[in-house]
Write a protein that binds this ligand. Structure first.
Ligand SMILES: [Zn+2]
Length: 58
């Protein structure tokens, strides 16, 4: 499997989905990433954070 270039669905930057990552994800049954590593880490942090209390807009 050659390396693939994927366009991030969030920031539209292209990033490399390497052969190593493709093999690893295939083994773990994960789909190909749709976000670049930067956006992925941001989204992981957001997911880990507890729900924000709704602050009134002042
Ligand atoms: Zn991105």
């Amino acid at each position: 499997m050659p390396d693939k270039i994927i366009i991030c669905q969030n920031c539209q930057n292209s990033f490399v989905y390497s052969e190593f990552e493709q093999n690893r994800d295939a083994r773990e049954g994960k789909p190909a990433p749709i976000y670049c590593p930067i956006c992925q880490s941001i989204k992981e942090q957001e997911a880990r954070r507890p729900a924000k209390p709704k602050a009134p807009m002042l």
